[in-house]
Design a protein around this ligand. Structure first.
Ligand code: UD1
Length: 422
């Protein structure tokens, strides 16, 4: 199994290009199920999660062609062969549940395995189920599978629903399903993440009639058919935030090509508070420390536009070397501090009590052998390794391949001493 070895690095100088968003692409790909005409996605990220979604869609009969070195995905759902999403694929990635809404809307039936537990929490499906029931779906749980069907396998019917919690996935499933429902649907307390806005833009270019995306109320007027489209995947704000931290942790100044502050405002505000200078350039953003000192900041994760849970681990890596005590509160997932014990192995001073981590900055971290436990936790260890004396070895690198394309190459290109070994 591969590992990544990091030596103390910096200052870092140069440019890092930001890829298309994993989380947007994972919702855009299942949108192909809504139409029998081709959907072409450009600016797709080259990641193993995209490979997993490809295998899942292919198992349903979708033709998926990867072009231009994986940057373009040509999808066609003209000949679906089953409505069953099998456990063996779904268990690998929770985002597999995003086939539920579109499959049901297009065919009148979807049998989708429950995703099962995962390292960062239980992640149930109740919000997806009640959102789709509001559109007239009958859903029952049998043998670990959700069996969803419409009345007489006909169209879903428009309906109104308020989510108990603004779940990203449940919002995406509701919107996709409502596109083909009979009549008007409305989702209240909808999630507002930029990846949802990107999905709606794509659905609109496929002929959907949707308004209110990016606000907490989304209205959809169902149409009988959607058509083909070409759509460019929005920039990955989580990849952007992750690489913004590299020159802050290791010193230097890095330009993030394609990066914009607009999709990451709360995170950028916290960085500014910590003593980071962020400036716009013609091609993206430039980031550097203002002074030598990193100031401690308090962070509480929240749904968009709040501080993203997917950047909490990386922010903790920065706070480990701040000049004081910071408090990080995780409100989205119940078990998302697994990076803390690994950072402690590197000399960090962290005390976790329930959903709150108290981090007391130390002047220097030290390299250690650490274990990646999930995608964002893994990358936080790599960031910490850039500022740690000696060598850090991160195992279980397959987590990183899920969400960061060419990570080693991108960091090496700005001067980081990082290498992947077998
Ligand atoms: C998406 C992102 C993920 C991110 C998360 C929160 C994708 C592919 N993944 O995941 O990277 O960390 O948003 O920003 O876009 N919940 C329920 N019942 C449900 C659904 C969710 O209780 O039916 C809970 C979950 O357990 C979790 C919380 O709601 O505690 C947030 O989940 P949700 O917003 O649905 O996240 P995902 O869409 O799975």
């Amino acid at each position: 199994m591969d590992s990544i070895i990091i030596e103390e690095s910096g200052p870092l100088y140069g440019k890092i290009p930001i890829a298309g968003a994993k989380n947007a692409c994972l919702a855009l790909m299942p949108a192909t199920l809504l139409s029998d005409e081709p959907l072409t996605l450009t600016n797709a990220p080259r990641l193993s999660d995209i490979g997993t979604m490809t295998v899942l869609l292919q198992s349903l009969g979708v033709e998926v062609e990867s072009l231009n070195d994986g940057l373009v995905l040509a999808l066609s759902s003209h000949a679906l062969k089953t409505t069953r999403a099998d456990y063996d694929i779904v268990r690998k990635m929770r985002a597999s549940n995003l086939v539920l809404g579109p499959l049901l809307a297009r065919t009148g039936e979807a049998i989708v395995s429950l995703p099962g537990g995962c390292a960062i929490g239980a992640r149930p499906m109740d919000l997806h189920v009640s959102a789709l029931q509001a559109l007239g779906a009958e859903i029952e749980l049998k043998d670990g599978y959700l069996h969803a069907r419409t009345l007489k396998k006909g169209r879903l019917s428009g309906g109104e629903h308020r989510l108990k919690f603004a779940s990203v996935g449940a919002t995406e499933n509701f919107i996709m399903a409502a596109c083909l429902a009979k009549g008007r649907s409305q989702l209240k307390n909808a999630a507002m993440e930029p990846e949802i806005v990107d999905l709606v833009r794509c659905l609109r270019s496929m002929g959907a009639n949707i308004s209110g995306e990016g606000s907490n109320t989304v209205t959809i007027r169902g149409v009988e058919k959607l058509h083909g489209a070409t759509h460019s995947v929005v920039m990955d704000r989580i990849e952007l935030g992750t690489y913004m931290l590299a020159p802050v942790i290791a010193g230097g100044e890095v330009e993030l090509l394609g990066g914009t502050v607009e999709l990451l405002e709360t995170f950028c505000e916290k960085l500014t508070e910590a003593g980071v200078e962020i400036s716009k350039t013609a091609n993206g953003l430039k980031v550097k420390r203002k002074l030598d000192t990193i100031y401690p900041v308090d962070v509480k994760t929240a749904v968009y536009p709040g501080f993203p849970t997917d950047l909490q681990a990386q922010m903790m890596a920065l706070m480990c070397i701040s000049n004081g005590v910071s408090r990080l509160e995780e409100t989205i997932f119940e078990n998302r501090f697994m990076h803390a014990p690994e950072l402690i192995r590197m000399g960090a001073q962290i005390d976790v009590q329930g959903g709150v981590a108290r981090v007391e900055g130390v002047s220097k971290l030290k390299g250690a052998q650490v274990m990646a436990t999930d995608l964002r936790a893994s990358v936080s260890l790599i960031l910490a390794g850039l500022a740690a004396r000696g060598q850090t070895k991160v195992g279980r690198v397959y987590h990183l391949d899920r969400g960061y394309e060419k990570l080693v190459e991108k960091l090496q290109n700005v001067g980081a001493k990082v290498e992947r070994v077998n």
